[in-house]
Ligand binder design. Structure first.
Ligand SMILES: *Cc1c(COP(=O)(O)O)cnc(C)c1O
Length: 418
């Protein structure tokens, strides 16, 4: 018997090799690095210890005993796999409990969970709008929102980041079309690569004026804002005017999965029409149990304390950056001009410009023992590459000081070049 694998056709391999070479030449090639520890402020990657300023585990819950105990308990009683889609072989009590906790947490009638935030977006937008309709997106909206809007076959219109005038004009245009269908406005509340906030109060006014619907992705705001840390919509008092509130369980909540909160009719429609829900196996039960524990924790007094600690670190870091000699010339994300994102979230991008420059700086920081990713196209526009620093309640004040000291040494090379 011949056990040699058959080599794939040469032209296939050559084509892939050429594309990879071109990515490398443009500073856009990526590779995986082996993480050898649990998620946390101190990690080991490819055999080296680092202080971790790269994760979205904002409240340090990913490896918290509260979550792992909930997951272990559920696994002992119910095993790991869900077996099939929830419409096929019964919907587990764990998923139902998680959705009840989420709806209570967000103060909505109902909630529906998906296996990821990505799946929530991909399932929801095409379930709500189609070819006769129009989706209006912020230019910096996350890839899953863009992909979902494309998949819906609705007409797509994009407004420059946070540009209310342009949004107003697009809404007027969409409302005035001859065969006007539904209009769906889609934005993030905290933007994932810039860390700044959307002007949600104004957006709500606008979409109401034109009878449009609004979907807000709270991936980076859940756990950080609001009296129970529900997100920015609640914090601003406009949650009940947002038709579709989306979020992920995998960032500040430290677990895994995505969710949509809203009316009972909305989740009933999604159960019937969201293809990523219908045609995908339910998330593992331990994941749902861990997420439910995380939701309850975040809403509790201890959650408040954890969140307070995170904001202390954010304040400490921003103040430190500003007082560097090059402080005024360092662009911390947001709109051009630098300070827009000051203290608006746990994401503080240091914008460097050229892709190779960001790669080089990320390498320098690794040399000094800091793990901070160089974010490049297509996650951000070409020529706006950056170091994306994220802070977590799991960081100590001393760890943040160590990063500031190191950035101080690299000081002048941090100034934006564009
Ligand atoms: C991470 C992210 C998602 C996707 O959530 P996952 O649960 O990781 O799939 C969606 N939207 C935004 C803005 C994100 O940053």
């Amino acid at each position: 018997m011949n056990t040699e694998p058959t080599p794939p056709p040469r032209c296939f391999q050559t084509g892939l090799r050429e594309r990879l070479a071109s990515l490398k030449a443009d500073g856009l090639h990526r590779e995986l690095r082996r993480l050898e520890t649990a998620q946390g402020s101190r990690i080991k990657v490819d055999g080296r210890a680092y202080l971790n300023f790269s994760s979205n585990d904002y409240l340090g819950l990913a490896n918290d005993p509260l979550l792992t105990a909930a997951a272990s308990q559920a696994m002992k009683e119910y095993g790991f796999g869900a077996g099939a889609s929830r419409l096929i072989c019964g919907s587990s009590g764990w998923h139902e409990r998680l959705e009840q906790r989420l709806a209570f947490f967000k103060g909505t009638e109902s909630a529906l969970t998906f296996s990821t935030g990505y799946a929530a977006a991909i399932g929801t937008i095409p379930a709500l709008v189609g070819a006769a309709d129009c989706v209006i997106l912020d230019k910096l909206a996350h890839a899953c929102l863009v992909d979902a809007a494309r998949l819906s076959r609705a007409q797509l219109r994009v407004y420059p980041h946070n540009d209310l005038d342009k949004l107003n004009r697009l809404l007027a245009w969409a409302a005035g079309r001859r065969a006007a269908g539904k209009i769906l406005v889609v934005t993030e509340s905290v933007f994932s690569m810039d860390g700044d906030q959307a002007p949600l109060k104004e957006i709500v006014e606008l979409k109401d004026r034109y009878g449009a619907w609004l979907m807000v992705d709270e991936a980076h705001a859940t756990g950080l804002f609001g009296n129970r840390r529900q997100g920015l919509c609640s914090h601003l008092g406009i949650a009940d005017r947002v038709e579709i509130q989306m979020g992920t369980l995998s960032k500040a909540l430290g677990a895994s999965g995505g969710f949509i909160c809203g009316s009972r009719l909305l989740t009933e429609l999604l159960i019937n029409q969201a293809r990523s829900f219908i045609f995908s196996t339910a998330p593992p039960l331990p994941a749902a149990a861990a997420a439910a524990a995380a939701v309850d924790f975040v809403a509790s007094a201890e959650g408040a304390e954890r969140c307070h600690r995170l904001w202390e670190r954010i304040g400490q870091f921003l103040q430190g950056i500003r007082s560097l000699p090059a402080g005024e010339r360092i662009r911390c994300g947001g709109s051009v001009g630098g300070m827009a994102a000051f203290g608006e979230s746990a994401i503080i991008p240091l914008i460097l410009g050229e892709e190779q420059r960001a790669l080089h700086m990320a390498g320098e920081l690794r040399q000094h023992g800091f793990f901070i990713p160089a974010i490049r196209y297509p996650a951000v526009p070409r020529g706006q590459a950056r170091l994306r620093v994220t802070l977590s309640a799991s960081h100590t004040a001393e760890e943040v000081d160590r990063l500031l000291k190191c950035l101080g040494e690299l000081d002048s090379s941090l100034a934006a070049n564009s």
